[in-house]
Design a protein around this ligand. Structure first.
Ligand code: COA
Length: 179
């Protein structure tokens, strides 16, 4: 089966934003966004990290670290990633894989295409800027909105990690080839 390509996803992201989130935009994060990104992370997800972790991802992999902002410039979502060299899910040898570490959109701004757009921008950067041949992520097996989003973006469940989360919940590992 042919997967939807990163370029088609990117075009579709623009289309969705134009219709459902006019005036919103996705842009690369800068260091002055970190406080707000941490705030959004605390408000939306049980997985939190020390400030240094956010800073390191921005320093090392900033081309694939994005924020989404409203027409008035309020940051309401983010995606952060890192590149890892690891055995491929689709190839037997080592590959450069773009790991989606965290993505979130504030509740009042969901269902308008921002999650899709953040993923589209990050996937394009993982491929173009960081030469990744694959991308993967972990997701709680109960997180249906996120699983639906990733499936729409061509990710497949490739593995279950038992007890992956601190509270004991299992994770799906989801992955796809790039581009
Ligand atoms: N139920 C089912 N599917 C949903 C959904 C929901 N509540 N919300 C999003 N989706 C899926 C749909 O397939 C949707 O496509 P559609 O509009 O054609 O139906 C697709 O995702 C894109 O939705 P979009 O509007 O771009 O997503 P969003 O901006 O609402 O953000 C999340 C999606 C997952 C980032 C958001 O729900 C969120 O921040 N959740 C809390 C944090 C989190 O769980 N992060 C992921 C951790 S792995």
């Amino acid at each position: 089966m042919v997967e939807i390509s990163v370029y088609d996803i990117f075009k579709e992201a623009q289309r969705r934003l134009a219709i459902n989130a006019p005036g919103y935009r996705v842009r690369n994060a800068v260091s002055s966004d970190i406080d707000r990104v941490i705030e959004i992370n605390l408000a939306t997800l049980p997985e939190h990290y020390p400030r240094r972790f956010f800073e390191e991802l921005l320093e090392e992999w900033g081309k694939a670290f994005y924020v989404a902002e409203t027409p008035t410039g309020e940051v309401v979502g983010y995606i952060m990633t890192r590149v890892e060299i690891k055995p491929g899910f689709f190839k037997y040898f080592l590959v450069r894989s773009g790991h989606v570490v965290s993505i979130a959109v504030l509740e009042n701004h969901r269902k308008r295409g921002l999650g899709y757009a953040l993923m589209a921008y990050a996937m394009k950067s993982m491929y173009e800027d960081y030469k990744c041949g694959e991308t993967y992520l972990e997701v709680r097996i109960s997180n249906n909105p996120a699983i639906a989003l990733y499936e729409k973006l061509g990710y497949k469940k490739v593995k279950v990690e038992r007890g992956y989360y601190l509270d004991g919940e299992d994770a799906y590992i989801m992955a796809r080839k790039l581009p």
